[in-house]
Design a protein around this ligand. Structure first.
Ligand SMILES: [Zn+2]
Length: 484
């Protein structure tokens, strides 16, 4: 087995490397706190063996799909099933044979050089499965067999891995109306898997499925929608939730009075009904209708912030992403195939209404994530350096790579301070990549802090405290894990 280099991602010059090594070793084995992500509670609760290596590590990992698609590999050759051929890509229904999918990964292993995805996969392949690196097409069947043999073992079932990974808490992401029985069962078994309400289907009226979701919830008015959201938030909190998550395209917020908000809701609902009547997708809405829909979404973000003052749930906002950019692929293969891309994001003007209403209130916490990294230094860090209720989310969705994370620290810490960062958040749907992602982040923060130590800007004691905060204590305290 080719071992990973123990000093990978640490600084090259000996003096800084020496400090970085010490910082990293202090935090390397701290428990994992995964406060935002997309692993399914039902998968963990069922605790069935993972299927084949290709399904686990390729077909359902949108980071891997993106890279392979970019070098010309069609999605169906990677195991994604076209909608016309069947429903969701269940293992039994996949058109591509898993070994063939795995061979494609091996053939294109070179395309992953220097990507974060390859760092994570190398970590998983060696530490978890004992696979020899580099992957080669000639050895593809052998590596497939090694991984498949592991996956057949009881100690590779989801709950056994959860314990082996050292996970202390894992947050899932759940739509309105979600069944929390899997969370309850896992918690009863000693695994702190907690839900996170993501009410976008009800709070983002620019979505084509908004009216249907509102109707399904039995909601007919703005007041009714807010009451429904309050109840859903409460229900998630009763099952252990510590946060909500909001995935709007823009961070725009409004603070309208009840009369204006009510009228706006009525207009947007009527426009959706009109669009459905003529059989048009909401994408074909007029400019005025789209403006109304965006404003109602902006108002509903502030409504959630106001409810957070009462229920104490931390508010997360993921914006600046154009999802499903490849409309054809989205129609054929669904979401989460890797075609989500940055758009220019803005926060200073956009968050003004929400922060003006809630940003100074004791206990209010808004965590903002973006994939537009230019906005970290221009807007997010300065805002967080003033507003007590605003926190800088961890770098996310291809910004969770070593150099991008280093740029994130450089862009935020000097103005906002480490206390206003959330600490590391892995935000993954690839369960087996969780330890690898935390390990990379721990190396990068150690490298970043080591430079400040050798430049005599931080003492080693301060750097050690920041490193431990970023890796472990800060996500716990910002997200109030255990009521902190
Ligand atoms: Zn997420």
């Amino acid at each position: 087995v080719t071992d990973l280099h123990p000093d990978r991602l640490l600084p090259a010059d000996p003096a800084t490397r020496h400090v970085a090594r010490a910082l990293y070793h202090e935090i390397a084995d701290l428990p994992l706190v995964a406060v935002h992500g997309h692993v399914e509670a039902s998968m963990l609760a069922a605790d069935q063996p993972f299927g084949d290596p290709a399904g686990l590590l390729v077909t359902n990992d949108h980071y891997v799909l993106r890279v392979l698609h970019s070098v010309g590999v069609p999605l169906e050759q990677l195991g994604r099933v076209a909608a016309s051929e069947g429903p969701a890509p269940e293992e039994s229904e996949r058109t591509a044979e898993p070994r063939a999918v795995w061979r494609l990964l091996c053939r294109h292993w070179g395309a992953f050089r220097a990507t974060s995805t390859r760092l994570w996969l190398e970590h998983e392949l060696t530490t978890l499965f004992g696979v020899e690196l580099p992957l080669t097409e000639a050895a593809a069947d052998d590596t497939y067999d090694v991984i498949a043999a592991c996956l057949a073992r009881d100690d590779f079932r989801p709950q056994a891995l959860y314990r082996r990974f050292g996970l202390e808490v894992l947050s899932t992401t759940d739509p309105p109306g979600a069944d929390f029985a899997p969370h309850d069962a896992l918690q009863a078994g000693g695994l702190a898997v907690v839900p996170t309400l993501r009410p976008d289907t009800l709070t983002d009226p620019t979505r084509a499925d908004w009216a249907e979701s509102v109707d399904g919830a039995g909601v007919t008015s703005y007041r009714g929608l807010v009451d429904h959201l309050r109840a859903e938030r409460q229900r998630s909190a009763e099952h252990g939730a510590v946060a909500t998550d909001h995935g709007h395209v823009r961070a725009d917020t409004e603070d309208l009075g009840p009369v204006d908000a009510g009228r706006l809701f009525d207009r947007v609902l009527a426009a959706h009904a009109g669009a459905a009547h003529v059989g048009a997708a909401h994408a074909g809405a007029s400019g005025a209708e789209h403006y109304d829909a965006e404003r109602l979404g902006a108002q509903l973000l502030t409504a959630n912030a106001i409810m957070a003052l009462d229920d104490g749930l931390v508010m997360q906002l993921h914006t600046g992403v154009r999802r499903d950019h490849d409309r054809g692929a989205a129609a054929r293969y669904g979401s989460d195939v890797g075609a989500d891309f940055p758009i220019a994001a803005s926060f200073t003007d956009s968050l003004r209404a929400l922060l003006g209403r809630c940003g100074n209130e004791p206990g209010f916490r808004l965590v903002v994530f973006t994939v537009d990294e230019t906005v970290y230094s221009r807007e997010i860090a300065p805002l967080a350096s003033y507003w007590p209720g605003l926190y800088v989310g961890a770098p996310w969705w291809f910004l969770d790579a070593p150099d991008a994370m280093a740029r994130h620290f450089a862009a935020t810490a000097e103005s906002a301070g480490y206390a206003k960062l959330t600490g590391f958040v892995d935000d993954t749907r690839a369960f087996c990549s969780i330890p690898a992602r935390h390990d990379v982040a721990r190396r990068v923060i150690a490298a970043h802090l080591a430079r400040l130590v050798v430049e005599h800007r931080l003492t080693e004691e301060d750097a050690a405290a920041v490193a431990a905060d970023y890796a472990y204590h800060q996500p716990r305290s910002v997200y109030r894990i255990g009521g902190s």
